[in-house]
Design a protein around this ligand. Structure first.
Ligand SMILES: [Zn+2]
Length: 233
């Protein structure tokens, strides 16, 4: 059974209270801490004394504060799709302009006609429609470089993964990669194409990826840092 124990708030971050929640579960043997946009959640065994919890939280206070600050910053950076919003697109930003004409990109302005529907849904549809035609020639490029036939390619809507390669040779690419830079996009594509030869992440896979996309480490790093921005919608 879940029961709140310690009083709120527990910590403050830039003048804001850090929301706190305690979840006791009979299946738990150890204490776990999770920080997300909802605040701090502590998972604990049912009979763990409150004093022990407080001690643990105090010893982890610096970590909690840092994580919470990161969460606050991330949610502040996240784009809300509305008139004038700056949207990530192929490593640059385009401005969203709601319009009653046909949806199209003109220079650095995306004129979007959401009709009577939701702006986010209309925006996602536009990105998805652009994604596959943009990805295919790049998959073909890396498949050609590796000397394998062009695989079947489909879009994915995964919350975390950027791409996957199935044993039967189908590659799935997250449509949100269209928001990433070309370097980040090509890194994911080269990675999945390399899996057409090696269905693991072993040394031969890494050698293949190194040949296909020598700058993979840098692109992997920036994608890990900026990926949350591309997941805003
Ligand atoms: Zn992989």
């Amino acid at each position: 059974m879940n029961q709140p124990a310690l009083p709120q708030p527990l910590l403050t971050c830039a003048g804001q209270a850090l929301p706190y929640r305690l979840v006791r579960s009979p299946r738990r043997r150890t204490i776990g801490l999770k920080i997300d946009e909802q605040g701090l959640t502590v998972f604990a065994p049912p009979n763990l004394p409150g004093a022990q919890l407080e001690t643990l939280i105090q010893t982890r206070a610096a970590w909690i504060r840092t994580k919470w600050t990161e969460c606050c910053q991330k949610s502040a950076l996240r784009v809300v799709p509305r008139e004038g919003a700056l949207l990530p697109y192929l490593g640059r930003t385009v401005r969203l302009s709601l319009d009653s004409g046909p949806t199209h990109l003109e220079g650095e302005v995306l004129y979007l006609n959401p009709g009577r529907g939701d702006i986010t849904v209309a925006l996602q549809r536009w990105y998805q429609a652009q994604a596959l035609p943009f990805f295919l020639p790049r998959v073909a490029h890396y498949a050609g470089q590796l000397g394998v036939p062009l695989p079947a390619v489909a879009l994915s809507n995964a919350r975390r993964r950027w791409g996957s390669c199935h044993a039967r040779g189908m590659i799935r690419l997250n449509w949100r990669l269209l928001k990433a830079s070309l370097a980040e996009m090509d890194y994911v594509i080269a990675h999945e194409v390399a899996h057409l030869r090696h269905m693991n992440h072993g040394p031969t896979f890494r050698e293949t990826l190194q040949c296909l996309y020598p700058n993979h480490a840098e692109a992997h790093r920036t994608l890990r840092e900026r990926g949350f921005l591309y997941h805003a919608f």
